[in-house]
Design a protein around this ligand. Structure first.
Ligand code: UDP
Ligand code: MG
Length: 152
């Protein structure tokens, strides 16, 4: 199944929005394959945003994403890259439709609460950038095992 990388950005952690954000991907039916908290270094930020390092807003972006911890998540499911981007919404959260994460939770282009990989090729690279092989888990949902427990 297709995997994609999400970064819950420092503004979302500071504002206590991790649960709100994560629950949307679970509710959609994606499987969480990997999840961890880390603080990005300047080197990691420059690697991750290498296509943006020459932009005038890059110094602000680097300062922002390295200032506080983030939560990195890999989700997996049908057409994960495209569907996750739809759930996330457009970069400028002020114009993002209600119902999207950015539309509901931010009113800013720069502090837009979440990163999501923008193509299958990018997703493959970004998952590897943030997760080692043994930090990703391949498991099956087994709801009935827990809903029909036999110990009662
Ligand atoms: N960004 C910014 N100002 C801009 C454009 C982008 O601060 O004018 C930041 C913003 O945090 C955005 C990130 O740079 O999420 C990466 O930009 P990109 O164009 O890849 O947008 P995304 O893929 O996150 O929607
Ligand atoms: Mg992008």
């Amino acid at each position: 199944m297709e995997k994609t990388l999400l970064l819950v950005k420092p503004d979302a952690i500071q504002r206590g929005l991790v649960g709100n954000i994560l629950s949307r991907f679970e509710a959609k039916g994606f499987r969480i394959s990997g999840l961890k908290m880390l603080q990005m270094s300047k080197e990691l930020a420059a690697d991750h945003y290498s296509h943006l390092v020459d932009k005038p807003f890059y110094p602000d972006l680097e300062k922002f994403v390295t200032k506080h911890p983030i939560v990195a998540i890999v989700v997996e499911g049908k057409e994960a890259v495209e569907v996750v981007r739809l759930i996330v919404g457009p970069t400028n959260a002020s114009k993002a439709p209600a119902g999207t994460i950015r539309g509901d939770l931010s009113n800013s282009t720069s502090r837009n609460v979440i990163h999501a990989s923008d193509s299958k090729e990018t997703a493959e690279k970004e998952v590897k950038r943030f997760f080692k092989g043994n930090e990703l888990f391949d498991y099956k949902f087994n709801v009935m095992e827990y809903l029909m427990a036999t110990d009662e």
